[in-house]
Design a protein around this ligand. Structure first.
Ligand code: RNT
Ligand code: ZN
Length: 418
């Protein structure tokens, strides 16, 4: 699309918003400072680079076998850079422990250390990218249904060691980049069928977490992710939402809200204001559950928009970290990154462009009809013109222009992968 057209549409949009008391230039500055934490695992369907990687386990599943997934670290980095070149702004990258540089050596989960991530730190510095991190408790012979809540002390200790080491790695990454590295701690622990002694597993989880979180680091921030259920673990999840909400508020730890990890009619947006009164910060895993925690590509749907609106309305944009978490292996994976990242940005943009001051005033004064009218009006305000302007200013394709670029990359690169 022609830049002049984009600028012309933006000028009109700017005036339209100004009439409602919204400063689009200020919003564009805020958007520049809005950093997603892109999940590295969309590029290869959560496989990672352990030399002896087995089948995926832990109640998660990536479906589809669209050709061209990244087979090694170089391909993964290349694909991520391609995706980043089509997304306006500057974004973080979220690594899992299994995406370290193994160099063909089997380094077991209880042996991981910063050496596996020095290459990543260098790569990130070169590409002006900050890193986040995750321990990997799934897809391993020692992770059946249970890891750190396993009644067998040896298994528990193995995973405690892994998670402690992952925290140390995150701290070293954070120090190297002079910006805290968020480490997400998600464990799949649960049971398929009726569970009598739920208290046992939850007590063990609490005890293990106390041990894992004992050390305090200056450059690392742990965040705890709950879940409602996993595949094959349908009856009980040890790390439920109640468990982590209680644990995190008591211990002043961050909470990760994954939008696929709640009952289908539960509003994740509604959790933001409650959580933020009791935990220091939030991490998001923006995803799209279709009937279950299916991890479809994020789109600009109502639940996602409401989530971002809640964050902005609560004045909490800088207390939230914006991770993405989906893995669709059925479509072009770089396209999946670009669609999901742009969708999350558009939700944030719409949230920032909401004429919230006036809406608040109406709400406080109990002018219900006026409030509703303004909120309805927001839906058809020209936010799209502001997003296009944001793309032009960041030198990335506007509108659908990214499709051709991804098709070309597919033709030249990903389609040639065996
Ligand atoms: C799984 C959790 C978790 C994972 C990643 C790969 O249900 O959402 O965050 O998706 O760690
Ligand atoms: Zn998640």
């Amino acid at each position: 699309m022609k830049d002049q057209l984009v600028h012309a549409a933006y000028q009109i949009a700017k005036e339209r918003y100004a009439a409602l008391g919204v400063d689009t230039e200020q919003v564009l500055r805020q958007m520049q400072d809005f950093h997603l934490s892109m999940h590295c695992w969309q590029a290869d369907d959560v496989c990672g680079f352990e030399p002896k990687a087995g089948a995926m386990s832990g109640g998660i599943q990536s479906t589809g076998n669209y050709p061209g997934k990244a087979r090694n670290i170089d391909e993964l980095r290349m694909d991520i850079l391609k995706a980043k070149s089509l997304i306006p702004g500057n974004h973080r990258l979220n690594l899992h422990e299994i995406y370290g540089e193994f160099n063909g050596k089997m380094i077991d989960r209880n042996e991981c250390d910063i050496n596996m991530f020095r290459g990543w730190i260098e790569w990130a510095r070169e590409h002006d990218t900050k890193l986040d991190f995750n321990s990997t408790n799934f897809s391993h012979p020692k992770s059946g249904n249970l890891t750190i809540s396993h009644p067998d002390k040896d298994i528990r200790d193995f995973w405690i060691e892994h998670m402690k080491r992952c925290r140390a790695i995150a701290n070293a990454i954070g120090e190297a980049q002079q910006d805290p590295c968020i480490i997400n701690l998600w464990i799949h622990d649960g049971s398929k069928d009726l569970t009598v002694d739920r208290l046992l597993y939850r007590s063990l989880l609490k005890e293990s977490l106390d041990e894992i979180l004992k050390e305090k680091y200056p450059w690392e921030k742990p965040s705890l992710e709950s879940k409602v259920f996993g595949i094959g673990l349908e009856t009980m999840t040890v790390g439920s939402n109640d468990f982590y909400t209680a644990y995190a508020s008591k211990n002043n730890v961050m909470i990760t809200l994954d939008t696929g990890h709640f009952h289908p009619t539960e509003s994740v947006a509604d959790k933001v204001s409650s959580m933020l009164l009791f935990v220091p910060e939030l991490m998001l895993h923006v995803s799209r559950p279709v009937r279950w925690d299916s991890d479809h590509v994020t789109i600009m749907d109502d639940p996602t928009l409401e989530l971002f609106q809640e964050i902005v309305r609560a004045g909490a944009t800088d207390r939230v970290h914006y991770g993405l978490d989906y893995f669709d292996g059925s479509i072009n994976r770089i396209g999946a990154y670009v669609i999901g990242s742009r969708a999350a940005q558009r939700c944030m943009l719409r949230a920032l462009l909401e004429p919230v001051k006036t809406i608040h005033t109406h709400e406080i004064a109990e002018r219900g009809f006026q409030k509703l009218a303004w909120m309805e009006e927001e839906k058809s305000l020209p936010w799209q013109a502001v997003y296009d302007e944001f793309c032009v200013r960041n030198n990335v394709p506007v509108g659908l222009d990214f499709i051709a670029e991804i098709e070309q990359y597919e033709k030249e690169i990903t389609s040639k992968r065996g």
